[in-house]
Write a protein that binds this ligand. Structure first.
Ligand code: DAT
Ligand code: MG
Length: 138
């Protein structure tokens, strides 16, 4: 089995903008394996648990609402040091200033609604990955 796995989400903006294939292609081109994949509109309950570290912050409610606004594609992705590696493929949180060559840098910008529409989520540590994979894949 893989030494490491991470949770990737193609967020509702990524799905709506038909970028799911492009994002999966970049993950595979890097040599990571798509181990499992689901597409559905996440419940508020799941999203509140997923983003529990941000509860109470001013962007929490808009974030949960946006993430539940349509289908997302959840991916279990495996590979050596994939947690850090996918964060690097995704780029910085703010799409406007994310580096070119990254998913957020190449396809994202500020659409007048702050940084929430940044196309993808990737777990930020192996501990988060374990917790988040349990939430999204059981
Ligand atoms: P990341 O997705 O890069 O791990 P994060 O965990 O700090 O970033 O935040 C989770 C999501 O919340 C992020 O993808 C977009 C949104 N977000 C973060 N900071 C924000 C802010 N200051 N204003 C609005 N939305 C924000
Ligand atoms: Mg995060």
């Amino acid at each position: 089995h893989h030494p490491e796995e991470t949770l990737v989400l193609v967020k509702p903006d990524g799905v709506r903008r038909r970028l799911t294939g492009e994002i999966i292609a970049r993950i595979e081109r890097k040599g990571y394996e798509i181990v499992d994949l689901r597409m559905f509109t996440p419940s508020r309950d799941l999203l509140v648990k997923h983003y529990e570290e941000h509860e109470g912050k001013p962007f929490f409610e808009p974030l949960v609402e946006f993430m539940g606004s349509g289908p997302v594609v959840a991916l279990r992705v495996g590979g050596s040091r994939v947690v850090e590696g996918f964060r690097s493929l995704a780029g910085a949180t703010e799409p406007t200033t994310a580096a070119p060559g990254t998913i957020r840098g190449d396809f994202g910008r500020d659409w007048g609604e702050g940084v929430q529409k940044n196309l993808v989520h990737g777990s930020d540590s192996t501990l988060s990955a374990e917790r988040e994979l349990k939430l999204w894949f059981g």
